[in-house]
Design a protein around this ligand. Structure first.
Ligand code: UDP
Length: 471
């Protein structure tokens, strides 16, 4: 295997480091981890990306790409033993019971340890999703370092750390220890830090402990976006925090634009520059029919062109389907409705898209900012509430659908107002767009050679230079 590509130090002769990546099984977590794997092998280090048999099917494209490019990336299928906890084999992406899924993955500890021990060398490091706290025991048992991959924004991770540290788990109000003002209502606080779900308490505590005990954290962000929060989080943890993102810009973004020939892109090609608002709420959030109708009427009332992704599961009722068809007929020429899944990266990088109404999942928000697209924010759960705060109050790139702290039912008027505010003219809207373009440039600068994320990865690879020995 080639020595690690440190670019500045061609004389290095040590073998490259070997990272074992342990993603959380689920779209929003596995995709950035797969991007991280590509980033690492692209720099000459070796990666084993572990997964379950069901999820391995989703990574076949990645495995084929790695094989054809002769990259040292191996997809390792760990056996996922059936349990007596009611979760049948193969149902490991059951989003109806997310906690059950997270807990079921604890059963991967044995197979992961057996895999690591079966290797003829000792890997340099495990990088584990923070929602897999069971890897703490594996890393300790086999005697290798462990970094956590914290999927949300660094801003959220820092808020969560501070709230836990101060024992403020049921408050509303000001989040302590932050370098900027962050203030949440009691309900939003409970939803953001998951205290509204008592069954999650023990698991959340294990996740926090897993982060505190790790040798550092890898975050999918860049210093030009979250520098002060990365610095504060590093100080809080007392461990290195490696900002290496946006991961997807490294390869997948270009690929998405190059290969996408879909009808969605053909429709966007017909629209004027920066006129379309793209509407999508990620892979998990589900709209109730009455919320769906409010979104639809709000988009129609805004009078602006829109591209809206509706999940199949949101329109199972015949009346919801009929309603959607009627909306389509009324808004033909103004809007396009996609049922199921849309090529988000290709859409966000299209010149016609000028705004994104999002649930503020971190991947979506990062993808939007890195493409210079300002956002309309409608968080649903967990870190999304803090990501909204970051977008609106800290970065200045977002318009909330509802005023902060207002948890009343959604109404079409708020949606139409937010769309007009984001997509309209005026100095404030223009400033938002300018800020977003600046973040886009910084994002590309961060991953380019010499940029902060590129340099951080060089340092990370150096820190885990692998001896190849089992001793
Ligand atoms: N995504 C997509 N097409 C869709 C919906 C989602 O490509 O129709 C992708 C999106 O680009 C992002 C991920 O799915 O990378 C969603 O992750 P995020 O963290 O935003 O939200 P989650 O799904 O975890 O709630």
């Amino acid at each position: 295997m080639a020595p690690v590509d440190v670019e500045t130090e061609k004389s290095i002769t040590l073998p490259p480091p070997h990272f074992v990546l342990v993603p959380l099984m689920g779209q929003g977590h596995t995709t950035p981890m797969a991007d991280l794997a590509c980033l690492i092998v692209g720099r000459g280090a070796r990666v084993s990306l572990v997964t379950t048999p069901v999820n391995a099917a989703r990574l076949r494209g990645l495995a084929a790409m790695a094989r054809s490019a002769l990259l040292p990336l191996e997809i390792v299928e760990l056996p996922f033993p059936p349990a007596d906890d009611g979760l049948p084999r193969g149902s490991n992406d059951n989003s109806d019971n997310v906690l059950q899924l997270f807990l079921s993955l604890y059963r991967l500890a044995g197979p992961l340890e057996a895999y690591v021990r079966s290797l003829p060398w000792r890997p340099s490091c495990i990088i584990s999703d923070s929602c897999n706290p069971w890897t703490v025991g594996v890393a300790r048992s086999v005697g290798i370092p462990r970094l956590t991959f914290t999927g949300p924004s660094c801003f959220y991770s820092l808020c969560d750390f501070n709230v836990a540290k101060h024992g403020l788990l049921h408050n509303g109000g000001v989040v302590p220890g932050m370098p900027v003002q962050v203030e949440l209502s009691k309900d939003t606080w409970a939803a953001a830090f998951l205290t509204c779900m008592p069954a999650w308490g023990k698991f959340v505590e294990e996740v926090r402990e897993g982060i505190r005990m790790a040798d550092g954290a890898v975050v999918n962000t860049f210093l030009g976006l979250e520098e002060q929060f990365v610095a504060c989080y590093e100080a809080a943890l007392g461990k290195p925090v490696w900002a290496l993102g946006p991961f997807f810009l490294n390869s997948r973004d270009e690929e998405a634009r190059a290969v996408d020939q879909s009808a969605v892109i053909a429709w966007l090609d017909m629209m004027d520059q920066s006129t379309v608002v793209y509407v999508c709420f990620g892979s998990l959030a589900q709209m109730l029919p009455k919320q769906l109708y409010e979104v639809g009427y709000g988009l129609e009332d805004s009078g602006k062109p829109f591209l809206w992704v509706v999940k199949e599961s949101e329109i199972v009722l015949p009346e919801a389907q009929e309603w959607l068809q009627a909306l389509e007929a009324r808004t033909a020429g103004q809007g396009l409705i996609v049922r199921g899944w849309a090529p988000q990266l290709a859409i966000l990088s299209h010149r016609a898209v000028g705004g994104f109404m999002t649930h503020c999942g971190w991947n979506s928000l990062l993808e939007s900012v890195a493409h210079g697209v300002p956002v309309i924010t409608w968080p649903h759960f967990g870190d999304q509430f803090l990501n909204e705060w970051l977008a609106v109050h800290v970065l200045g790139v977002g318009v909330p659908v509802m005023p902060f702290g207002n948890d009343k039912a959604m109404v079409r008027g708020h949606i139409a107002r937010a769309v007009s505010e984001l997509m309209g003219g005026g100095a404030v809207a223009e400033e938002r767009r300018i800020k977003c373009k600046e973040y886009k440039e910084r994002a590309h600068g961060a991953i380019a050679k010499g940029g902060s994320s590129h340099e951080n990865l060089t340092l990370l690879l150096h820190s885990f230079m692998w001896s190849g020995s089992k001793e």
